[in-house]
Ligand binder design. Structure first.
Ligand SMILES: Cc1cc2nc3c(=O)[nH]c(=O)nc-3n(C[C@H](O)[C@H](O)[C@H](O)COP(=O)(O)OP(=O)(O)OC[C@H]3O[C@@H](n4cnc5c(N)ncnc54)[C@H](O)[C@@H]3O)c2cc1C
Length: 415
């Protein structure tokens, strides 16, 4: 629709305009992000090829000259024989077509958002992304943390709890309130509501607002004293294997460095390794696990596919990946070609499994949260590998090999 109708973040009418960082992240095939790019390259991704052609030096990351990249993509798309580019806002799902792909992104216009709410149900569309930090399980101090569900027996349950005395709570509060937070962008401000405020915003509303809110200790008792702590930080398993824990209620706008400093001062997290830090930003996406089939088609109306960040992936390359897959599945269907499902052990299969709700960790944090390509999306290895480095290398090897097998066994790629 650009430039006829703009968005709060885009400046031009170019296709594939990159709105923020110009980095498409690591190219190292030993990382999930790097292997994802390699897999997209193997599938003939136009965007990855164009990014590689327009790279700027960025160590082991693939960063692009944003103008040249967008110019070249715009020209390439316009030159495709079977593509017509129409510059206008689409405010309803097009009717009368065999296949439709909706890919209006994190800043979907209000008209399309309303149309999607009508089609999918009011509560199926989210307008912001509230991400709490995720901590590697092995880095949590188990001499402090205790297992217990609220009103459950100590030593039993799914939650790990970090107790705080009054003094520890006060210290944490001072740290939190003095930490540097990122400013809200104008177009983000309207999207927060009381159920999902940044932790520092709740803290600023009164010194006990956290101990009566997300850090409330009710129904919990510290096994070492048998008493209820002044406040408790709850950590919830992020994946079935229990290798990662989500800090419940800790969505935050704090700068990344500040998050590490403030959260490592919490008793029990002094050596915490953060697999992901918290954030809160404007993002339009759908409740994919309840709405999407694994081929990105809507369960209710399978001739419509969703693609890009709206499916609940996060990031440029992940959006490119679901865009490519939506196109691929659509063309296969039109050509009557059978698609062998992508194994969840591969980068692309893991992303699809996560967003379609078929992965074990899809809904583990309550509300569906978008994910970028990371190790926790892959299913565990068949055999236990103790050392983290070796385990990760084995996951990557398996992903690489399984993708190779899938490509070899698969029907011919449609052009
Ligand atoms: C402010 C901001 C900063 C970001 N920074 C980063 C970053 O640094 N790194 C990173 O990896 N990811 C970042 N992201 C995420 C990134 O935008 C997405 O990952 C990626 O661009 C999404 O791709 P997409 O194709 O789904 O959507 P987009 O790239 O946004 O493309 C969707 C297109 O649809 C158009 N459109 C919207 N509504 C309509 C309509 N009704 N009719 C017709 N056209 C419509 C939009 O104008 C847009 O051109 C950021 C997102 C935002 C919003």
């Amino acid at each position: 629709m650009r430039p006829v109708r703009g968005t709060p973040a885009h400046d031009t009418g170019k296709l594939a305009e990159i709105v923020c960082s110009n980095s498409l992240k690591s190219e190292l095939k030993s990382t999930p992000a790097g292997l994802l790019k390699a897999d997209l390259e193997r599938l003939g991704s136009l965007l990855i090829a164009t990014a590689q052609k327009n790279r700027v030096p960025a160590g082991r990351a693939l960063a692009v000259d944003r103008d040249n990249f967008a110019n070249e993509v715009t020209i390439a798309i316009k030159n495709l024989d079977n593509v017509t580019v129409i510059r206008k806002e689409v405010a309803s799902i097009p009717e009368g077509y065999d296949k439709v792909v909706v890919a209006t992104g994190p800043l979907t216009s209000d008209g399309m958002a309303t149309a999607l709410q009508k089609l999918l149900g009011l509560s199926s569309l989210y307008f912001y992304d509230a991400i709490a930090p995720i901590v590697e399980a092995g880095s949590i101090d188990r001499s402090i943390a205790f297992i217990q569900d609220r009103y459950g027996e100590p030593g039993e349950g799914d939650y790990l709890n970090l107790p705080m005395s009054k003094e520890e709570y006060e210290r944490f509060l001072d740290d939190l309130l003095s930490a540097k937070a990122l400013p809200f962008r104008d177009f983000e401000r309207d999207y927060y509501f009381d159920g999902c405020l940044p932790i520092e915003e709740i803290a600023s509303r009164g010194r006990e607002s956290l101990s009566f809110g997300p850090l409330k200790p009710v129904g919990l008792s510290y096994p070492a004293t048998g008493k209820r702590p002044h406040a408790v930080i709850q950590l919830r398993k992020e994946n079935v294997s229990g290798e990662a824990y989500n800090m419940v209620g800790f969505q935050t706008k704090l700068a990344y460095g500040e998050q590490e400093r403030v959260f490592r001062a919490i008793p029990g997290l002094q050596n915490a390794k953060f697999l992901r830090l918290g954030s809160l930003h404007r993002n339009t996406y759908i409740d994919s696990p309840s709405l999407l089939n694994i081929d990105l088609s809507l369960k209710s109306t399978p001739n419509i596919r969703m693609a890009g960040q709206m499916t609940g992936v996060e990031g440029y390359v992940e959006s490119i990946a679901t865009g490519l897959l939506a196109g691929f599945f659509t063309v296969c269907e039109l050509e009557g070609a059978q698609v062998t499902p992508l194994p969840p052990t591969t980068t692309l299969g893991a992303l699809l499994a996560y967003i379609s709700g078929t992965a074990e960790n899809s809904g583990s944090s309550g509300r569906f949260c978008p994910a970028n390509m990371n190790f926790s999306l892959f299913p565990p290895l068949a055999e236990k590998v103790k050392r983290r480095k070796e385990r990760r290398a084995a996951i990557i090897d398996r992903a690489d090999m399984d993708m190779g097998k899938w490509l070899n066994n698969h029907v011919e790629m449609p052009s």
